[in-house]
Design a binder for this molecule. Structure first.
Ligand SMILES: [Zn+2]
Length: 260
């Protein structure tokens, strides 16, 4: 078995779903290959971290704000499961209207992204393109806005891709990718930047040798970094371990894409 073959079968390997001969071949390869043993360890850890995540999470402040709005409007509609309480469409529309024009040009980028995360979590159809097909989404971003985006696969860790949309932040087109982990939304933003004008702030964190900024904003956790061509921002109620794993995965995916 080659490294490439092992990488392609790491998930069925972990799930114990490989045929016996393939399993034996994988074990034999692992015994002699430090890289693949490392890959396996990371996958296993990633799953472990995600298993520990709470099934449902929303900040108390945000919950209170929403509850207050709901009291004024009691009509029920179908909601994304991330919502902690059923809300009326009118309320959601209002909320989006209130939150989205927060395009104060001076607002820090991450604050803008968190506002989007909060706003879009409240509307019934947050995605423009509903798809769990990574290739389809990547093509869509490319065709719609010329954005070269790598859409990582988090499904083995139980985080499902649900779609994407184009958004505006810092007066430019931004790729917004939606994932959900049970009742929790994970937003992944890719913001093209020119040069080092990223202005990222937060607590510097080193994870697997890479630098990130971690920051709590409005009750959510954010992890951000830049590679000089884009700023990447993850926003969720998932904990930092999970966000850093997801960030690392996106980085690897992008590096892989750039090699091709
Ligand atoms: Zn190998």
């Amino acid at each position: 078995m080659s490294c490439r073959e092992f990488a392609a079968s790491v998930h069925p390997y972990l799930d114990g779903e490989l045929p016996v001969e393939a399993m034996a071949a994988a074990d034999a390869h692992l015994a002699g290959c430090r890289d693949c043993a490392g890959l396996l360890g990371r996958e296993r850890q990633f799953r472990e971290v995600l298993r520990r995540q709470p099934r449902e999470a929303a900040s108390p402040e945000f919950r209170a704000k929403i509850t207050a709005l709901v009291r004024r409007e009691q009509r029920r509609v179908a909601w994304r499961p991330w919502l902690v309480a059923p809300l009326a469409a009118a309320v959601a529309a209002l909320l989006v209207a209130v939150l989205l024009p927060a395009s104060r040009p001076s607002a820090p980028l991450l604050a803008e992204l968190v506002d989007k995360h909060i706003a879009y979590a409240q509307i019934e159809r947050p995605v423009e393109l509903a798809s769990n097909d990574r290739g389809e989404l990547e093509q869509w971003f490319q065709q719609r806005a010329g954005l070269r985006v790598a859409v990582p696969d988090y499904s083995p860790a139980g985080i499902q891709l649900i779609g994407g949309r184009l958004a505006e932040a810092h007066e430019r087109k931004v790729a917004y990718i939606f994932y959900e982990k049970g009742r929790t939304l994970l937003s992944v933003f890719v913001v093209p930047v020119s040069g080092p004008d990223a202005h990222l702030t937060g607590r510097p964190v080193t994870f697997r040798g890479q630098e990130y900024f971690a920051k709590d904003l409005k009750g959510y956790r954010t992890v951000a970094w830049t590679d000089g061509r884009a700023v990447f921002g993850l926003v969720s109620a998932l904990d930092y371990d999970a966000l850093l794993e997801c960030a690392d995965r996106l980085r690897l995916e992008r590096a892989e894409r750039n090699r091709l």
